[in-house]
Design a protein around this ligand. Structure first.
Ligand code: C2O
Ligand code: CU
Ligand code: CU
Length: 511
């Protein structure tokens, strides 16, 4: 993507060519479901108790592929992806996140990046529940990191609709490295309404957590570096190995019936375009923040970093067949459809209507903010930083919606790349995208549109918490800032961007 410059090529270790490994020799792992260690008083009503989990972050080794050596990783509870936390809407819980990692990092820290200076401890972690409506002191503010030997208890009230959220590291300036090391996992909220739809469940509901990685010849993570020892940061990381639930090229034995796949793009930077050329139809039933109003049939699943997709695949016509899920036409995983099922006959038919998604009215917005996405290049047109609204992390807060008010945010992407923009705390709807004249915007500071208003894609027309801001377009979202007053963040979810200034605090002001 960024090959304009003439900076020396990255000098990272020789890369393992994972394309030479035989595909589909390892079964797809399914992350364990996290188990509470006990109960503690509910911070909101100390008379009642809620589940209490303790999840340590630990170094461990895992086999990514049968023919690779064990890879050193960092994971929640010694697994990557970490254990899936499952709860119900309105059922709060507490997690004690414990940092049991070593004192030094094994991936290349860039000390020239804000928040990662040489006087900061190398290993710092803080956990964020992405998509959670969480009080500010439990939201994983990037500066609220803690070091090995410490732990922090977070309260997740879960007053929100059924959806697959995810938890991941959020430490300022090294988040890309901590997540690349393995610090991420799924968090599923369920509710009665969703259960009334009779969707596939139990062993027929499977999380597919996708992210790409690069390995060296010793099968160790090989995070690329710029070639400048003082500033190893690179603008985006794209790996040749696309893992599913931590395995390269896994296979999954399925019955000839309907399945529900909870997909997450957990990659640092890669936008995925998933297809199943010989397979059955892909029907999307949900997005980041839960169910769509109705299923949408798609040829291709477009998934930007941090986005989720809830997808129904019906293998019932494919008994005995093998079908391959591909990304940009490269194999990702194989489904092996058995001759017959053991299924109990549930979920034969997908409902035509899912969950109503009432369209938010633009006129309910009390404020519209136009916020630019900017790439700052050096003299050889190599990006040196990415900014939101031309402001750095440390500058005073500029976005300060009032609690319970509705705002429209227009994301003006002046760069050549798509940026997945995420707001903490809130769910939002995409209003539209529209091409604008970028050079004119730089000259005059005004937005002149050069294209028609484009409605969100059918699969985006639900509740979202991350939106693809396409290059040269204004992407408009509308959100009601419900939940809690306090300090949160919004940022690009390309982790290399987020770590290098493409993140800003925002304040929800008391009503
Ligand atoms: Cu997925 Cu601020 O994070
Ligand atoms: Cu988030
Ligand atoms: Cu970005």
């Amino acid at each position: 993507m960024h090959q304009r410059g003439s900076r020396p090529a990255p000098r990272f270790r020789t890369q393992l060519n994972t394309k030479s490994l035989p595909p589909f020799v390892d079964p797809l792992p399914i992350p364990e479901i996290a188990k509470p260690t006990g109960e503690r008083p509910d911070p909101y009503s100390p008379g009642s108790k809620i589940p209490y989990y303790r999840i340590p972050m630990r170094p461990f080794e895992a086999k990514i592929h049968r023919d690779m050596k064990p890879t050193r990783l960092w994971g929640y509870d010694g697994a990557s992806p970490g254990p899936t936390i499952e709860t119900r809407s309105g059922q709060g819980l507490l997690v004690e996140w414990a940092n049991d990692l070593p004192a030094s990092h094994f991936l290349p820290i860039d000390h020239s990046i804000h928040g990662a200076e040489a006087d900061k401890p190398e290993v710092r972690t803080v956990v964020h529940l992405h998509g959670g409506k969480v009080p500010p002191d439990s939201d994983g503010y990037p500066e609220s990191w803690f070091v090995p030997g410490k732990s922090v208890v977070c309260h997740y009230p879960n007053h929100q609709e059924a959806a697959m959220l995810w938890y991941h590291d959020h430490a300022l300036g090294i988040n890309r490295l901590n997540i690349f090391a393995g610090l991420l996992g799924a968090f599923i909220v369920r509710d009665e309404f969703e259960e009334s739809l009779g969707l596939p469940r139990g062993k027929y509901e499977i999380p597919l957590i996708l992210y790409d990685r690069i390995f060296d010849l010793e099968s160790q993570l090989n995070y690329p570096i710029s070639g400048d020892d003082k500033k190893p940061w690179t603008p985006e990381v794209f790996g040749d190995a696309l893992l599913v639930n931590g395995k390269l090229f896994p296979y999954l034995d399925v019955e000839p019936r309907m399945y529900r796949f909870r997909m997450l793009n957990g990659a640092n930077a890669r936008l995925m375009h998933l297809t199943m050329p010989d397979g059955p139809a892909l029907r999307q039933i949900g997005t980041d923040q839960g169910l769509l109003a109705a299923p949408v049939q798609l040829q291709r699943l477009n998934l930007a970093p941090a986005e989720r997709m809830d997808v129904i695949i019906d293998f019932s016509e494919l008994a005995g067949a093998k079908v391959v899920l591909r990304n940009d036409n490269l194999p990702v995983m194989e489904f092996r459809v058995g001759r017959s099922g053991t299924g109990n006959g549930d979920a034969k038919k997908l409902p035509d209507r899912l969950r109503p998604v009432p369209k938010m009215d633009e006129r309910s917005a009390v404020k519209t903010r136009m916020l630019s996405l900017v790439e700052v290049d050096d003299l050889v047109q190599q990006p040196v930083t990415m900014l939101l609204n031309n402001t750095h992390w440390k500058m005073p807060v500029t976005e300060n919606p009032v609690l319970n008010s509705t705002e429209i945010w227009g994301l003006l992407n002046t760069t050549d790349d798509a940026h997945p923009i995420h707001l903490h705390l809130v769910r939002f709807q995409i209003l539209d995208r529209r091409r604008f004249d970028v050079p004119n915007y730089w000259r005059t500071g005004t937005v002149s549109y050069t294209g028609p208003v484009e409605a969100p894609e059918p699969g985006e027309a639900g509740w979202k918490d991350t939106v693809r801001a396409d290059p040269g377009m204004v992407t408009r979202i509308i959100a009601k800032f419900e939940g809690f007053p306090g300090r949160y963040v919004w940022h690009c979810h390309i982790l290399e961007h987020e770590d290098n200034e493409m993140m800003r605090p925002f304040d929800v002001l008391p009503a």
